[in-house]
Ligand binder design. Structure first.
Ligand code: NAP
Ligand code: ZN
Ligand code: ZN
Length: 346
């Protein structure tokens, strides 16, 4: 076994505390990774707080993992010791169903989440707020040369979760895109959509992040409570990427869609949010959802980011600051992703 230090939630309300883990020695197809950094995604808070009702404790969150390969199994051909690698939200899937065959492992009925899930060998997965992890090579990504590890970690979830719908709904030159919520996912969506050539507007709860949004590549900024500004923006956008992490009012955002436009929901909100038929009918608008992205698409996203110089804006923290970071994230006080330096756990 490979010993690892980690930070875990022991229930849905206490602060996270240290936990010693034993990671499996690499099997033939496994890659053992020394983790250098792990991003804090808002999904980690949802799972720690048991918002989805299926959390198992102790739970080590973290699915924005980067590090170096420590050792590889006998059959591994794509990686060697020392390589810079990343792991996102999945560590296994069935490999045989139609979704897996299409390279959309995230829609496999049996995909295994990086933490809080039962792995295919019967053990419980634990995430990346830790010093080491062992993962099947199929779910290990290569980090292109020159990308700093800390600013790359958030690409493994926030990056791919926004890249996939921007690509699916073709946010190239021409379409007007709005991003609702400027947090970890939102800031990646803005940078990426701008790099794809789209005209991007940010739709936020206050004007506090306006200067940052314009620097990231947005051409305009809307405050959702500003009714005249929202009315003036009616029917303006072909695609809305909605990254809001809490229950919120949807119909005013649907009204911003142009005819045939689509709003893609990304936030893992669990309460129902009322949708009126009228804004959908008037303009054949669509409401959709999207889950992370496949492994091949994640590598494509990393290579796209390397080519276009896209990185996450991060606040690097020590492990003993995780609980403060959680409190700030609950208040949307993040610019724009907290990333744990896992060397501070040793
Ligand atoms: P985050 O960094 O906390 O950002 C969320 C943003 O939502 C905030 O910065 C804030 O933006 C806005 N917001 C928060 N509460 C709000 C409210 N009550 N009303 C309106 N706006 C509000 O979170 P994140 O890490 O980007 O994650 C966003 C959501 O996506 C979470 O629910 C997360 O679990 C989910 N997620 C889903 C997937 C997927 O595959 N679908 C993957 C990863 C994460 P402003 O400050 O601009 O108002
Ligand atoms: Zn995430
Ligand atoms: Zn499958």
């Amino acid at each position: 076994m490979i010993p690892a230090k980690s930070y875990a939630a022991y229930d849905n309300q206490s602060p996270l505390r240290p936990l010693d883990l034993a990671r499996r020695d690499p099997g033939p197809n496994d890659v053992a990774i020394d983790i250098t950094h792990c991003g804090i995604c808002h999904s980690d808070l949802h799972f720690v707080h048991n918002d989805l009702g299926n959390s198992l404790y102790p739970l080590v969150p973290g699915h924005e993992i980067v590090g170096h390969v420590a050792q590889v199994g006998s059959e591994v051909t794509r990686f060697k010791a020392g390589d810079r690698v990343g792991v996102g939200c999945m560590v296994n899937s069935c490999r045989t169903c139609a979704a897996c065959q299409r390279g959309e492992e995230q829609y496999c009925q049996n995909f295994v989440g990086t933490y809080g899930a039962e792995d295919r060998d019967g053990t419980r997965t634990q995430g990346g707020y830790a010093t080491a992890v062992t993962v099947d090579e199929h779910f290990v990504l290569r980090i292109p040369d020159g990308m700093p590890m800390d600013q790359t970690a958030p690409l493994l979830c926030a990056g791919i979760t926004t890249y996939s719908p921007l690509r699916t709904w073709q946010a190239g030159p021409g379409p007007r895109v709005a991003v609702v919520g400027l947090g970890g996912l939102g800031h990646m969506a803005v940078k990426r959509a701008a790099a794809m050539g789209a005209d991007v507007t940010v739709d936020s709860t206050s004007d506090g992040k306006k200067a940052d949004a314009l620097k990231m590549g947005a051409s305009d900024f809307l405050v959702s409570a500003d009714k005249p500004a929202m009315a003036a923006a009616a029917s303006r956008f072909d695609l809305i990427i909605n990254t809001v992490s809490a229950t919120h009012e949807l119909n005013s955002h649907l009204g911003l869609l142009a005819p045939d436009g689509t709003m893609v929901m990304l936030g893992l909100t669990t309460e129902a949010m009322p949708v009126s038929a009228l804004p959908l009918i008037m303009g054949r608008r669509r409401l959709a959802g999207s889950l992370i992205g496949g492994i091949a698409e994640t590598q494509e996203m990393l290579d796209f980011c390397a080519k276009h110089g896209i990185l996450s804006d991060v606040e690097v923290i020590a492990a003993d600051q995780i609980n403060v970071a959680y409190e700030r994230l609950m208040k949307s006080d993040v610019r724009y992703r907290f990333v744990i330096d896992t060397a501070t756990m040793a």
